[in-house]
Design a protein around this ligand. Structure first.
Ligand code: NAP
Length: 258
């Protein structure tokens, strides 16, 4: 009798543990803008490691294909696409191509972004426009193109904003404006879409070791967040209990630079 009871509780424990460690992400599909390097690339690798399929974009097909070739994982689970986020038509086409390849889209990561940093006296109209059209209007395009497919899957949108979306600094007028705008945009979209079962989160990173603003990642970047850390964060967000929605997440290096 005692043995039977013990076996019964062991089975319950195994079932419970399996459920807790079950990979919820396997086979899901992510569309990631700006996946050729930096944060987008780190997110793509983290999602592939969880058994997801990923489409990554960049402004040139060549760069997207080159990056896709270096991602580790099942080649059939990786799609490289050309799309400039400043075009709504291009984003619609890229998301449609992702659905043709993988059947559906579960996660849209609006990550593509650039930075021009100069005082208001020196920043040019072209630099202002490129910053807003990429970091703010570009995310609008990605989100617009993703809504209908995500309604089908009750999917997830994650935008990559910045701590520059809450803290302004000298020479940051264009970048601050784009990221403050993006934080407000994402929070409003979160309220618009949750009634469809679509979750929306914005991540606001501090310094990440990437190619941002023509930086070349190097050993001195060890104190910064690494792109794979943002990938890990995205995996954690996607695996949260579905009743909970982390709508805005600030993340920064745990130690300041020396
Ligand atoms: N690095 C940081 O410290 C940091 C901190 C906070 C937030 N962020 C944000 O993180 C995001 C990713 O930046 P990152 O640091 O990973 O920089 P990165 O290494 O320079 O990567 C930027 C990515 O965006 C793509 N991209 C740029 N303009 C695009 C456009 N118009 N259409 C499509 N793709 C475009 C680039 O692709 P191609 O060049 O191949 O077109 C590249 O894949 C940005 O939104 C940035 O503002 C970065």
């Amino acid at each position: 009798m005692q043995q039977t009871v013990c076996r019964f509780y062991s089975v319950i424990l195994i079932l419970y543990t399996n459920n807790k460690t079950r990979n919820m992400l396997k086979g899901k599909v992510a569309y990631i803008t700006g996946g050729t390097k930096g944060i987008g690339y780190g997110i793509a690798q983290a999602l592939l490691d969880k058994g997801m399929k990923v489409a990554i974009t960049g402004r040139s097909l060549q760069a997207a294909e080159k990056a896709a070739a270096t991602l580790q994982g099942d080649r059939a689970a990786i799609l490289a696409l050309e799309s400039d986020v400043s075009s709504l038509a291009a984003e619609q086409k890229a998301i449609a191509a992702t659905i043709v390849q993988f059947g559906h889209v579960d996660v849209v990561i609006a990550n593509a972004g650039i930075g021009h940093f100069a005082s208001i006296e020196n920043i040019s109209e072209a630099q202002w426009k490129e910053t807003i059209e990429t970091n703010l209007t570009g995310v609008f395009h990605t989100v617009k193109a993703g809504i209908d497919p995500l309604k089908q899957t009750k999917g997830y949108i994650i935008t990559i904003a910045s701590l520059a979306g809450a803290n302004f600094f000298e020479n940051g007028s264009a970048y601050n404006a784009s990221k403050f705008g993006l934080v407000g945009f994402t929070q409003a979209v979160m309220l618009d879409l949750r009634k469809y079962g679509i979750k929306v989160t914005t991540i606001m990173p501090g310094s990440v070791a990437t190619h941002f603003n023509n930086h070349i990642p190097n050993d001195a970047d060890a104190w910064k967040i690494q792109p794979e850390d943002i990938g890990e964060l995205v995996v954690d967000i996607l695996q949260l209990n579905p009743r909970t929605l982390p709508s805005k997440i600030e993340v920064r290096p745990s130690m300041p630079s020396k």
